[in-house]
Design a protein around this ligand. Structure first.
Ligand code: NAD
Length: 356
């Protein structure tokens, strides 16, 4: 098969890590008989330098015309004095909304080989963990009615959490379908003991769960979920939750892996096209030094193959290559530990390529 992929390298370490990911995709394509056509487009600070704005219309058009999009990262001190609506990061919201992406999938996986990187005790994370957080991305309190008004104690500000059955159903289906391809467990996180919107969330999820009898389903209050993530993260497979709860819990889950340079993400909407990106930023402190860990970008490419193109075996071959390199004791500086061999970004990419 042939696929058109837009590459948005962005700023800082973005170009280095996206080039690594593209090389890994290319090699995987050769192995399995696919052709990936890459088109580079500007986004973020480099787009401001070239065109004056962080998200040029040609970038949006090219993304919408492609089969999927791989993004590095945007931003850096060079553009810190840009006005708020012209900052590099503004392009992220712009491209997500132009592509109609309402789901965010964030895996938080602790590789047994990297367990010393986790801030949690060995007794808690000794067997590793592999969680997929499915976060609703375009609804809830971040998008609800807001403003100022006169309240009981004078002037007050308000934000509104609102979810429709349609929004809950579409994110719920993604969570259940994702679990069907993993360990068949879904935990839906809400605050149904307090919030009306959570009660609708919960009853809708229960109805959906009836269509997936193979999946072990449970509900959890968000405060308990925040505790359980640090007490016993291995109990979770897929967590599905609202925009704000997902924002907080996905950051907590990535912190307990201890290695920001390893974590990929996917944002999806209707249809198969998605936006795939590492969860980390542009790391201006190490840009151009060769210290960047390319694995988060490489694994974002693997997610693209699985979720946008349905190429599960191809994705697995990338994931297994990463596992092998880590098990062989190769590390970039950010995940370095005793008795391991230090590699720069390019060397790590070559090791992964050797194992595809
Ligand atoms: P950051 O994620 O860029 O860096 C945090 C720390 O992690 C730094 O010490 C960095 O060196 C390290 N790090 C990050 N990725 C790494 C990798 N792949 N390999 C090795 N080390 C890595 O976060 P920050 O410093 O808060 O932000 C820097 C810039 O990135 C800011 O302009 C911020 O707005 C932007 N940002 C962009 C995105 C995005 O594009 N999606 C996300 C977050 C931050």
């Amino acid at each position: 098969m042939e696929y058109n992929i837009t590459l948005l390298k962005g700023d800082g370490i973005g170009p280095e890590i996206v080039e690594s990911a593209a090389a890994v995709l290319e090699k995987t394509g050769e192995k399995f008989g696919h052709k990936f056509n890459f088109t580079n487009c500007l986004i973020g600070g480099c787009a401001i330098d070239e065109t004056g704005i962080p998200l040029p219309p040609e970038t949006v058009e090219t993304c919408l015309a492609s089969d999927s999009v791989l993004l590095g990262a945007v931003g850096g001190p060079k553009w810190d004095d840009q006005p708020g609506d012209n900052r590099p990061e503004k392009a992220l919201l712009g491209i997500r909304s132009a592509m109609g992406l309402y789901t965010n999938l964030r895996p938080a996986k602790l590789y047994p080989a990297l367990r010393s990187a986790s801030p949690l005790k060995d007794s808690i994370v000794g067997r590793g963990f592999d969680i997929m957080i499915v976060r609703e991305l375009t609804g809830g309190i971040y998008f609800g009615d807001r403003g100022y008004r006169q309240g009981k104690f004078g002037r007050e500000a308000f934000d509104t959490e609102a979810y429709s059955v349609t929004e809950i159903e579409r994110i719920g289906k993604i969570a259940f379908d994702t679990a069907m391809k993993r360990s068949m467990k879904v935990c839906s996180v809400d605050k149904a003991n307090v919030l009306e919107s959570s009660r609708l969330w919960r009853s809708t999820m229960h109805r959906l769960a009836e269509n997936y009898p193979q999946v072990e389903y449970r509900d959890m209050f968000v405060d308990n979920a925040a505790m359980q993530l640090v007490r016993d993260p291995g109990q979770f497979d897929v967590i599905v939750t609202s925009n704000m709860f997902g924002d907080i819990l996905s950051d907590e889950a990535s912190q307990i892996t201890g290695s920001i340079g390893m974590l990929a993400s996917a944002s999806l909407g209707e249809g198969s096209r998605g936006l795939y990106e590492p969860i980390h930023g542009s790391a201006p402190d190490i840009a151009g030094t060769g210290k960047a860990n390319p694995i988060a970008a490489v694994l974002s490419g693997a997610m693209m193959l699985r979720l946008s193109f349905g190429l599960g075996d191809e994705a697995e071959s990338i994931e297994q290559a990463v596992d092998k390199v880590l098990n062989d004791g190769f590390r970039t500086a950010d995940i370095m530990s005793e008795n391991c061999k230090a590699l720069n970004c390019m060397e790590m990419t070559e090791r992964i390529l050797d194992n595809i």
